[in-house]
Design a protein around this ligand. Structure first.
Ligand code: SAH
Length: 309
């Protein structure tokens, strides 16, 4: 079943708002309790959406996503022991907490949305305030209490729809080039790949067109013009896949340049049976390869549901 009522994880409008560069180490060393979202309204749409509970609840409940990060981090204490970790876009602080529990020397957790205040409180309530410093602001604008090249590991969950749609990858790459130790630094994840496959879905297309023919007794058929032109974000039952898959993008997150996301590629798909191809489905995997126990987060329609659909 397609879950059409799921909240979209919108990353629209990128990072165009003003930064709150009011980070003050002394103030942050004192826990601020009873966090709230009162100041959220000052943000643009992008950070405002990350200042609400709902989007963080949705991400945390996406157990395939969150458990993949937990496997990569807490499943690899050898890689985290005594390391300085930077969590870009910490949200509730979950990845920072995994890193602290995996034995990191210190974790810097940064988020520009009001959720940073809750991260601070969550970290305090879990007795990790001495291990994790929360900083509220945009990574590329805020004053940071560490030096260039001082970070051993960058963790970030930056992926948007179609991997790159309105994603925050450019900020992560900017921080990588400035703060990550050039010789020994690690990126988590360190590789991202995108795939396409052909699908047939007459039923879905029929439903969409049928709906507009009779909306409470009103003929709105003209609304169907162009409805299949824009990409759709939805789940695809694996039984609808009618071809093999083809990798269309392979990003090495340790070495890539920001411009590498502008891509064009050829692909060929081998059909498994003859039918009409109604659409192409695209998905991504991210790998945590350079670890003692490597792992992968997949959003493939052949695997379990994620909030990327
Ligand atoms: N790490 C958390 C949240 C991931 S969502 C988790 O895994 O659950 C991405 C977060 O990045 C959002 O909370 C958003 O506000 C933050 N963010 C995006 N761009 C940012 C930037 N340039 N600087 C700081 N935070 C940023």
């Amino acid at each position: 079943m397609r879950d059409k009522n799921k909240t979209s994880r919108s990353r629209e409008n990128g990072f165009t708002g003003k930064s709150d560069s009011w980070f003050d180490e002394e103030r942050y060393n004192r826990p601020k309790l009873n966090a709230n979202f009162d100041e959220a309204k000052q943000h643009d749409y992008y950070y405002n959406s990350y200042s609400s509970h709902h989007i963080h609840e949705e991400m945390l409940k996406d157990s395939n996503r969150t458990l993949a990060y937990q496997r990569a981090i807490e499943g690899n204490p050898e890689d985290f022991k005594d390391k300085v970790v930077l969590d870009i876009g910490c949200g509730t602080g979950i990845l920072s907490i995994f890193a602290a529990r995996a034995g990191a020397k210190h974790v810097y957790a940064i988020d520009n949305a009001e959720i940073a205040l809750f991260a601070k409180e969550i970290i305090h309530d879990n007795n990790l305030s001495d291990k994790i410093t929360v900083i509220k602001g945009k990574i590329e604008e805020v004053d940071l209490p560490f030096k260039e090249g001082e970070i051993d590991i960058i963790v970030s969950e930056w992926m948007g729809y179609f991997l790159l749609y309105e994603s925050m990858l450019d900020c992560v790459l900017w921080a990588r080039d400035k703060f990550l130790n050039k010789e020994t630094g690690k990126m988590l994840p360190d590789r991202a790949t995108m795939y396409v496959a052909a699908i047939e879905d007459a039923e879905y297309m029929g439903e969409k067109t049928q709906f507009w023919k009779n909306v409470y007794g009103v003929n709105m058929s003209c609304m169907t013009n162009g409805i299949f032109v824009d990409p759709m974000v939805d789940t695809v039952p694996s039984s609808n896949i009618m071809s093999d898959s083809c990798c269309i993008l392979d990003l090495d997150l340790v070495h890539m340049k920001p411009g590498d996301v502008e891509f064009a590629n050829c692909y060929s798909l081998k059909m498994q049976y003859t039918d009409k191809v109604h659409a192409l489905v695209a998905w991504f995997d991210t790998s945590f390869a350079n670890l003692t126990r490597p792992t992968v987060l997949t959003t493939s329609p052949m695997k379990k549901y994620t909030h990327w659909k």
